[in-house]
Design a protein around this ligand. Structure first.
Ligand SMILES: [Zn+2]
Length: 270
């Protein structure tokens, strides 16, 4: 009997070790959380893990604040970078890709209420429209935030923006000059719309982050920071010429234990 119980416990421990990367050592570096949609996935969504429920998002933000993490905006990170300072050790950037209206309706009120800050990578040509780059057969079109909603969030001091291109293409599948246009034109348009510098860029699908010619276009366009889709924390001081900033992808099914592992280990699973 004791052998059976021991075997069951060992099997459970093994299963937990495969699911959660608690056995990884803690690593230093900047944490940049990557969210997409806050809400309930529509029926038939094949990208359910991109949806985090408002209750989970609230619990995650609360967990970070309760555990001494400080949420930064892009401009706050830029100030540290420009001054050659390291951001405080428990700094976190909460980022949202694409610019969905649910960021305005669900995420922004939670951040405001709890006293945290966030950042959205906006796809300029879809502002006030829908996620037109998705095939609606596999991922339903939902509303993107309008210019008015984006302005309201910005003026609250709780949300800042970066660019996620004009049209959300796979940058490496475009001609280099067209990829360069997507990268630079979105910076110009967003700066004109919001009257402030856009210092951050995120590659759609993470595509192009590791193509040297494309990355060079992002740096040439004048972005201080470029963010990939690669899982991990980024060592600081950050070597801008050498690499993009990694992120911690938060899945819809993640709980606060996953979040704790992301923040400390740079990954919650294998
Ligand atoms: Zn995207």
């Amino acid at each position: 009997m004791a052998i059976v119980i021991t075997a069951v416990i060992a099997a459970a421990a093994l299963a937990a070790s495969a699911r959660w990367a608690w056995w990884r050592p803690s690593v230093p570096g900047l944490c940049v959380l990557c969210y997409h949609k806050i809400g309930t996935p529509p029926a038939g969504s094949k990208l359910k893990e991109l949806w985090v429920s408002p209750a989970k998002f609230r619990a995650q933000v609360k967990y970070m604040l309760d555990n001494g993490y400080k949420t930064l905006t892009f401009s706050e990170l830029k100030k540290y970078y420009d001054e050659g300072q390291n951001p405080p050790e428990k700094s976190v950037l909460i980022t949202f890709d694409d610019g969905y209206e649910n960021n305005y309706k669900e995420a922004w009120p939670i951040l405001k209420e709890l006293g945290a800050k966030g950042n959205i990578f906006v796809v300029f040509n879809t502002i006030g429209k829908a996620n037109l780059w998705h095939n609606p057969a596999s991922e339903a079109w939902v509303n993107m935030a309008t210019m008015e909603q984006l302005r309201e969030m910005l003026s609250s001091g709780v949300m800042e923006y970066g660019s996620h291109t004009m049209n959300h293409p796979h940058l490496s599948s475009l001609k280099l000059e067209d990829a360069a246009w997507e990268i630079a034109e979105s910076k110009r348009q967003l700066e004109a719309a919001f009257g402030r510098e856009m210092c951050a860029f995120a590659y759609p699908y993470g595509d192009g982050a590791y193509v040297p010619a494309i990355r060079e276009k992002a740096l040439e366009a004048g972005y201080t920071f470029d963010f990939s889709f690669k899982q991990g924390k980024t060592r600081w001081p950050w070597d801008r010429k050498a690499m993009t900033i990694d992120r911690l992808f938060i899945r819809g099914g993640d709980n606060n234990w996953d979040l704790a592992l992301h923040l400390t280990r740079g990954a919650s699973r294998l």
